[in-house]
Design a protein around this ligand. Structure first.
Ligand code: BGP
Length: 468
């Protein structure tokens, strides 16, 4: 593997930080989302209800443990740590006249701590964490005003951290607006009875694409050395049979997956975008200047999340699950307890498909498996299943780089320390190499305990995956 390969991990503020009202932070959309047991929908409230558990309020308390946690990342040998900044820590209501100094200070201390261990921060500006006030006062991303409000927030943090952060990402899983069951996470939108839902979705998507491009244009003026990436949810999808119709169904399945990256890499709405607009009968307003902004504000690298693969076709058993996706069962693959099909070769295939399509550097910004971990009598946590998942996906990554000549410069394991599940709000769906003692009701000591996989990832990074 290339010696400068960035091994590391990834988290999101709303799933990890906690301290939801500390340091002047304002409420974000996650703070009114209840937890849910496996498989049920997370209930969204208008306001915070008394005596109700909201997983993001404390999450696993990075806010008070960041020094300890970053030391654990350093002990594993991390070269990069992908994290998000919560907009509502910087502008509590999203549109405040001045930024919240305590919020700026918190992340400044985090970046200084990372610097102590030569860990490169990679910062996501929008990871499903819209300030709640922007939903109430503007209607979320259905409102064009959010373009300039988000660019203003971005310029504030670009300016404040211009000497500490080089790698930035605009929107996490920007294509999830087309894939998730609701646009709440991605766009802070709750559909109104009188509106055309498809048009609202395409309009919000357009505003976010313009915002992403404008953010990049403005960021480059602040520091021309900034490296800007996007982040898409990638759906590795196989045709269930060699029937040509099944293959065409795979093609159609990928239209929303490529919709955003086509614009963010190429700088315009491609035929794929037009095909999806036509397929969905989606219409939206484009204002003068928008297309020029899209053309100029393209990205330097493409990042994506990959967890599992799915099957598409005329006669599939649609009982499989995945990251925001559902689809066909693959009889050749095992699945996690949450039904996500474990497919290391799928990561190699995805890297090839994305690199062939875009020919720009790639970064795996999320990969991992959620599992139920058990603490043995002797206090050990023997997560050999997680070691097996990591080992095989690292091998697939290495093959893509060394055999297929894909230009991939880094890999971030999702949730290197246990964090709250986005989909279900559960803690029992654990991803980490470090167990954090919090349960599905938010109770526990918050004590950090290394799992067996902690030493394996440290070994993998130390040997740069030479001995998989
Ligand atoms: C992606 C998000 C992450 C993370 C991941 C795993 O959609 O970018 O925030 O949550 O999914 O999903 P879950 O947490 O539901 O297991």
């Amino acid at each position: 593997m290339r010696t400068d390969f960035l091994w590391g991990g990834a988290t999101a503020a709303n799933q990890y930080e906690g301290g939801y009202l500390e340091g002047g932070r304002g409420l974000s959309i996650n703070d009114v989302e209840m937890g849910a047991s496996h498989g049920k929908k997370r209930e969204i409230h208008e306001t915070i209800h008394a005596n109700t558990y909201y997983p993001s309020h404390n999450a696993t308390d990075f806010y008070h443990h960041y020094k300890e946690d970053i030391a654990l990342m350093a002990e594993m040998g991390f070269k990069v740590y992908r994290m998000s900044i919560a907009w509502s820590r910087i502008y509590p209501n999203g549109d405040d006249a001045t930024p919240n100094e305590e919020g700026l200070k918190f992340y400044d201390q985090v970046f200084d701590e990372l610097r102590r261990y030569q860990i490169e921060p990679m910062v996501t500006l929008h990871h499903f964490e819209l300030p709640l006030a922007l939903v109430k006062n503007y209607g979320g991303w259905r409102n064009r005003k959010l373009i300039d409000l988000s660019v203003r927030y971005a310029k504030t943090v670009f300016d404040y951290y211009k000497d500490k952060v080089t790698y930035w990402m605009t929107f996490n899983e920007i294509n999830s607006i087309f894939i998730a069951k609701t646009p709440w996470h991605q766009a802070g939108i709750v559909y109104r009875d009188d509106e055309n839902r498809v048009d609202v979705m395409f309009q919000a998507a357009h505003y976010q694409l313009v915002a992403s491009a404008k953010t990049i244009i403005e960021g480059r003026k602040i520091n021309p050395n900034f490296k800007f990436g996007n982040m898409i949810l990638y759906n590795c999808c196989y045709a269930f049979s060699c029937h040509p119709v099944d293959q065409m169904m795979v093609h159609d399945n990928l239209l929303p997956i490529y919709y955003f990256s086509d614009v963010q890499v190429r700088g315009y709405y491609t035929n794929t975008c037009q095909a999806y607009q036509k397929k969905m009968n989606g219409h939206f307003e484009i204002e003068d200047g928008d297309l020029e902004i899209l053309k100029e504000g393209t990205i330097d690298y493409l990042s994506f999340s990959y967890y599992s693969s799915l099957v598409e076709g005329q006669n599939v058993d649609r009982s499989a699950d995945g990251n925001l996706l559902d689809g066909g069962r693959n009889p050749y693959l095992e699945a996690t307890a949450w039904g996500w099909q474990i497919d290391p070769m799928g990561l190699r295939i995805s890297l090839n498909l994305l690199y062939d399509r875009y020919q720009i550097p790639l970064f795996v910004s999320e990969n991992g498996m959620g599992a139920i971990d058990v603490i043995e009598e002797d206090g050990t946590i023997n997560d050999d299943y997680r070691i097996d998942y990591l080992k095989k996906h690292a091998k697939a990554l290495k093959d893509a780089i060394e055999i297929d000549f894909v230009d991939c410069f880094g890999y971030a394991w999702w949730g290197p320390l246990d964090i709250v599940s986005a989909g279900t709000g559960e803690m029992r769906k654990r991803y980490g190499f470090v167990y954090i003692d919090v349960d599905d009701e938010g109770q526990g000591s918050f004590r950090r305990m290394k799992k067996k996989s902690f030493d394996y990832y440290r070994y993998l990074i130390a040997t740069n995956a030479e001995e998989l």
